[in-house]
Write a protein that binds this ligand. Structure first.
Ligand code: ARG
Length: 498
């Protein structure tokens, strides 16, 4: 464990810090050159062994560089455990006070950068315990009474998950709020709705944004539901079978603000299903984002030119000066692959593991931390980028007015004149092919020509042949009609408030 000199002046402490880091780094490289050299450090479990742990094996198995992220959760868990131990008279109150004060100091030391967790300490739990021993002596060893690193790490993970689920939920709230705003701003703007990436029917842009609002709404609900299963304290399960000491798991649960307590100590330390569930929820969020990104990337190309992403969220090319790339959207789409990979990774790590704890489970943290970081940052940056993206309304108006995507209106017009839909579809197909041949659009075909296909056509056909009419004639539930979109916006606003 390294300890920086906190008493030095600002300048010299920075210099010392640098020297410390450099020497430490070169020491690390030097020491690793002699991988058989013992670390000289006593590991928590060392006493049973006659030979020191191989240095390369220690480097291989150390998780400090990854699990140091959990230092606050670890210290919080230890303070709760020690408080409970003293309340149950398992350790004297005075000693508990010393331990807790020491832990609070260590939290400061780590957060200020004065203490840099050392990989040779094996994991973050040991970093903290060893530092406590340096500070208060052998009393530090009492902290671990009635506890194992197995329930300790399970507790840290659940506390971490509660925190990141909160952050992700907040980020999603921001996105949902923006989508409702966008839906409101653009509710009368007409865009193409696509199926098979072919222009299908005109829709209100508000309807489009609300489609995503509903997806992210479910994503948020999924997180809330998952939170209930995460919010269960595993502390007090010890290694997996419980403890002979009179520990009070319910009290630890209360102190850590968990809503519920494990029922089975083996289950409490052996499963990582909540991590799998969390990464699945992240994967679904990323899937939604990545589909949205795909639209934005396509729509910002000169071929589509439906939207303008602000310069502040676009990149250029080092060789082609005209380029404006939607890199942020592409990166969000790319990170989706990473998160899916993490899901596969944790599922595979857990597959076939015999009960109860196995060290394989330490490999749960890189996919967990990476998924949380990638998903929270993606939702946040995507929201910011979307807020700085506008629709090219003029171009969309011209394009939607001239397009063949009103063909469904013609078919449904004939259905209203009592023709079976299949027949109406067949006739309309012929009309579309005629329009393509004549290089014209449906509203520009004369009534005479229409009548040549079917004598049910009258002048009133043209009333139906505008994108606005097409949209407004949709009367079914949840449709794209302007009235329906307005209703959906009101409902969405109500859901935002919850
Ligand atoms: N670093 C370990 C992990 O994350 C902590 C638990 C170690 N337990 C053990 N029995 N070796 O899983």
């Amino acid at each position: 464990m390294r300890k920086n000199n906190k008493n030095a002046t600002n300048f010299s402490s920075a210099a010392i810090f640098l020297i410390f880091r450099l020497t430490d780094f070169s020491n690390l490289i030097f020491n690793l050159m002699d991988k058989n050299k013992s670390t000289g450090k006593e590991l928590l479990w060392q006493s049973r062994f006659s030979e020191p742990f191989d240095r390369e094996a220690l480097l291989f198995s150390s998780s400090v560089d990854v699990d140091k992220v959990l230092y606050q959760e670890d210290i919080k868990g230890s303070i709760a455990h020690v408080t409970m131990l003293s309340e149950e008279a398992i350790i004297p109150v005075e000693e508990a006070r010393l331990i807790i004060e020491g832990l609070e100091d260590i939290e400061q030391e780590i957060s200020s950068g004065a203490l840099i967790p050392d990989w040779e300490d094996e994991d973050i739990h040991t970093v903290i315990e060893n530092r406590l021993k340096e500070k208060i002596g052998p009393i530090a060893g009492k902290m671990h009474s009635g506890r194992s690193r197995n329930d300790q790490v399970a507790t840290d993970t659940r506390l971490y998950l509660k925190k990141v689920i909160g952050e992700l939920g907040e980020a999603l709230d921001g996105l949902k709020t923006l989508l409702v705003e966008k839906a409101d701003i653009y509710r009368n703007t007409i865009i193409f709705g696509y199926t098979h990436l072919q222009r299908a029917q005109p829709v209100s842009a508000g309807h489009y944004y609300l489609a995503y609002f509903n997806m992210f709404l479910r994503d948020g609900e999924r997180l809330k539901d998952l939170f209930k299963r995460v919010d269960i304290s595993p502390l007090g399960a010890a290694a997996f079978a419980g403890s002979t000491l009179p520990i009070n798991a319910k009290r630890s649960m209360e102190l850590l603000d968990f809503s519920d307590l494990f029922q089975n100590s083996t289950d409490a330390v052996s499963d990582r299903d909540i991590i799998i569930e969390f990464i699945s929820a992240c994967s679904i969020i990323m899937m939604h984002l990545s589909r949205f990104c795909e639209d934005l990337i396509l729509w910002s190309s000169s071929e589509f030119n439906y939207i303008e992403i602000s310069d502040a969220f676009s990149t250029g090319s080092s060789i082609m000066p005209q380029k404006k790339n939607a890199d942020i959207a592409e990166l969000v789409r790319g990170k989706t692959g990473r998160v899916y990979g993490n899901l596969m990774s944790i599922l595979t790590i857990m597959k076939s593991l015999p009960l109860s704890y196995n060290r394989d489970m330490q490999e749960d943290k890189p996919p967990l931390f990476d998924s949380a970081g990638s998903t929270v940052s993606s939702v946040r940056i995507f929201t910011k980028m979307l807020a700085h993206t506008r629709l090219n309304e003029k171009r969309l108006k011209t394009l939607t007015g001239e397009d063949l995507s009103l063909a469904t209106e013609i078919a449904e017009y004939l259905v209203r004149k009592n023709l079976p839909f299949r027949e109406a579809h067949r006739i309309t197909g012929k009309i579309v092919s005629h329009a393509i041949e004549k290089r014209t659009s449906l509203p520009k075909i004369s009534l005479e020509e229409y009548r040549g296909f079917c004598d049910l056509f009258n002048e009133d056909l043209y009333d139906a042949l505008t994108p606005e009419a097409s949209i407004n004639s949709k009367h079914s539930h949840g449709s794209t009609s302007f009235a329906s979109v307005e209703q959906q916006i009101t409902i969405a606003r109500g859901k935002l408030r919850k």
